[in-house]
Unconditional design. Structure first.
Length: 237
């Protein structure tokens, strides 16, 4: 299967003589898993997402198998089932790396890095998120860059720097807004959770100031600001 420049292959279709039924059924399940959270139905989304990867593994569709596994991981995470998300994310990463699906290579590492933050494995989280950001910048994927910044905001908070967390969260939101993007519904709970934690640490005024400063950053300035961490000896340019 030939992928486009961002690592995404063309839409699925049946060649002459092939039965498209099982493949299209699995992809429709996957589509329902993506749309159900818009209405707040995370349990329904997880049911759809959980059935899709198994069907797709037998259809010789590694990209859609990886995407389905990634979707299942997001739904598991949204429902607080992080242990259930981990094997799905590893499958996504392994398939993405094997078949050079750059978008999924990056986004799977964002979520693996986020899980590592939650579990207190901060050095591993930093490595995963740095790799994700490097790939996202290379393929010029603005959505993935904003996801990296949001995850790095969580890491900054875990490392004891709530002001940096607020700045990076603001940078992610500012870039989304200027690009006409919104955070996926399954990721909004984590966004709200971090905002509440940072507000408690900084107070509303300092949170607002740091967030506003970050929201005005260009992508280049936001990426440079990632180096401005206490004790690492680096500064943004």
């Amino acid at each position: 299967m030939i992928a486009n420049e961002a690592g995404r292959p063309p839409a699925p279709g049946a060649a002459a003589g092939e039965d498209p039924g099982p493949l299209l059924h699995a992809v429709c399940q996957l589509a329902r898993a993506w749309t159900s959270p818009i209405a707040g139905d995370f349990d329904g989304a997880l049911r759809e997402a959980s059935g899709s990867p198994e069907q797709l593994r037998g259809q010789d569709q590694p990209f859609f198998t990886a995407l389905a596994a990634y979707t299942a991981a997001l739904e598991e995470t949204a429902l607080g089932r992080r242990d259930g998300a981990l094997p799905h994310l590893r499958e996504t990463r392994d398939l993405a790396d094997r078949f050079d699906y750059a978008w999924l290579t990056a986004t799977s590492r964002v979520q693996l890095g986020t899980l590592a933050v939650v579990q207190g494995r901060l050095d591993q989280a930093r490595e995963l998120l740095d790799e994700a950001l490097e790939t996202s910048l290379a393929i010029r994927d603005t959505r993935n860059v904003t996801m990296c910044l949001a995850a790095l905001a969580r890491l900054a908070f875990a490392e004891g720097d709530p002001e940096q967390a607020a700045l990076l969260a603001g940078a992610a939101e500012g870039l989304r807004g200027r690009a006409g993007l919104r955070a996926w519904p399954v990721l909004r709970r984590a966004k709200a959770e971090l905002a509440a934690q940072v507000r408690q640490a900084l107070g509303a005024d300092r949170l607002g100031q740091a967030y506003a400063a970050g929201s005005g950053h260009s992508q280049r300035k936001a990426v440079a600001a990632i180096g401005d961490r206490p004790g690492d000896g680096t500064q943004s340019s």
